[in-house]
Design a binder for this molecule. Structure first.
Ligand SMILES: [Zn+2]
Length: 477
């Protein structure tokens, strides 16, 4: 029997506010463990949370951009559980009401526009991190720097039917959150995490199958691998007449499989109740309007601007603006050295390939706009060729050294000394007299061969224009 996968997703995005959502502690990533904590986020008795207005505004901004209806009045709830990484033993979240609900996100899949329903968008707080020492000891440590950082949860409807569609949803959502400037979505820092609900049903059936929920997927690539595995696992169970358990599963990166963590808990297990320490939130129509009017420049506007302002082809503009950090990287490069088309070519090929491979954001890349702009300038000034540029780019990626230093250290500068090129050309011509004869007889193809030979002997460093010129002079003299 043919089965159809049905998927929904919960996406957690850490808000990029300067301070945590209920206290004044810093949210900067990478500080020494437990240095960004206070009695509130440590869960000491008798403390009182104060809601961060910016965190609230970012969540509303996201809900508006996801075409949600905004609740005029909402409440914050307590979700009770026991986890060592959240010492107060409850998470401040939203259960009975949400800031935004009934929205949608437009994705492009298989060349067609589709809408994925957004069930709700709500605000909560992040937990700390349990650290298990690498030496394999039995102890666990806890870092509470992350506890209490504002977290936005975006819950989709079960509207996705294939891994490809899930990929389009995750990528589009990530790009939107970055354009909205509400989260930097750095997956390597755990700032964007995914949970997938997935079930299979016989093709053509309307009834939903029993679903499994896979938690804590910390990158888009991992989420896709997990979805593919889970579809296969459930299909095998159903095909052999078995039943899929409703349960929460964990992805195991080492084995590339999922395993059962616990049977699915239900809302009543958390004993949700309205948080007594926080007041009801009122979001006036005027405030909503103000947020809507002040949305940052979004993708389509920026794409049009790139075509008009920099004279870029539509194709380039679409690729560069598909991610806001990439678009900003491009503009940073131009501020240093203004050659839009060549800069765009380097970003679309070398830079994007590396960013994708490493699931990295441009500002995490060792090649900064300063590096790339300097390299493009060196190519324009004929100090290096585009081909050598690729070698320099790879080196910058490794060492983060500036291109002029790499060129100097490795002796990659172009040979523009005519005398030196003439010597190599003469050498090549004496080794290949029939090719030179061919050109004199009008067979232009041989020219590319000879240029290639000269480039080979100079390890790609000869200036190609000069090589061409000198070759022709010698052949026809
Ligand atoms: Zn704190």
């Amino acid at each position: 029997m043919e089965y159809e996968p049905v998927m929904g997703m919960e996406v957690h995005a850490e808000l990029k506010t300067k301070s945590k959502v209920f206290c004044g502690c810093s949210t900067t990533f990478g500080a020494a463990p437990n240095t960004q904590v206070c009695p509130v986020c440590l869960g000491m008795p008798g403390v009182l949370p104060v809601l961060n207005k910016t965190a609230l505004e970012y969540t509303i901004r996201t809900a508006i951009a996801l075409n949600c209806r905004i609740s005029e009045y909402t409440y914050i709830d307590r979700k009770n559980y026991y986890y060592p990484d959240l010492p107060k033993n409850y998470q401040i979240s939203q259960n009975y009401t949400c800031l935004g609900y009934n929205g949608w996100l437009e994705i492009i899949f298989d060349g067609e526009k589709r809408r994925v329903g957004i069930n709700n968008v709500h605000l909560e707080e992040d937990a700390g991190k349990n650290l298990h020492p690498e030496h394999g000891g039995s102890e666990s440590l806890v870092d509470l720097n992350r506890a209490g950082i504002g977290l936005m949860e975006i819950v989709s409807e079960p509207d996705m039917r294939s891994p490809g569609e899930a990929l389009a949803y995750m990528t589009t959502l990530k790009n939107l959150l970055q354009y909205l400037e509400v989260s930097d979505c750095k997956m390597q820092e755990g700032k964007l995490r995914f949970e997938v609900n997935i079930s299979l049903r016989p093709m053509g059936s309307e009834k939903l199958g029993t679903r499994a929920e896979i938690k804590n997927l910390n990158s888009i690539k991992v989420a896709i691998k997990c979805i593919e595995y889970e579809i296969k696992r459930q299909r095998e169970i159903l095909s052999s007449g078995g039943k899929v358990e409703q349960e929460t599963r964990l992805w195991d990166e080492a084995t590339g499989t999922t395993r059962a963590m616990r049977t699915k808990e239900f809302a009543q297990d958390y004993r949700y109740f309205p948080e007594p320490d926080l007041v009801e939130i009122y979001i006036s129509k005027e405030w909503q309007e103000e947020i809507r009017k002040n949305l940052p420049e979004l993708k389509d506007v920026r794409r049009t601007r790139f075509i008009e302002q920099y004279g870029l082809p539509e194709y380039d503009a679409a690729i560069l603006t598909s991610s806001k950090p990439v678009a900003s990287y491009f503009e940073e490069c131009l501020k240093i050295y203004n050659n839009p088309k060549t800069t765009s070519n380097w970003i679309m090929t070398e830079l994007l390939r590396e960013l994708n491979n490493r699931e990295m954001e441009p500002d995490e890349c060792p090649v900064s706009p300063r590096h790339l702009a300097a390299m493009v300038q060196m190519i324009d000034n004929n100090i290096i060729s585009g081909k050598i540029g690729k070698q320099v780019f790879a080196e910058m990626l490794e060492s983060s050294k500036m291109p002029e230093d790499i060129v100097k250290e490795k002796g990659l500068a172009q040979i523009t000394d005519t005398g030196e090129i003439e010597r190599v050309v003469e050498n090549v011509l004496s080794e290949n007299p029939e090719a030179a004869e061919g050109i004199r007889a009008g067979r232009e193809k041989a020219m590319a061969f000879l240029v290639g030979q000269v480039m080979k002997k100079t390890k790609g460093k000869a200036n190609p224009q000069l090589v061409n010129k000198i070759l022709r002079e010698k052949i026809h003299s």
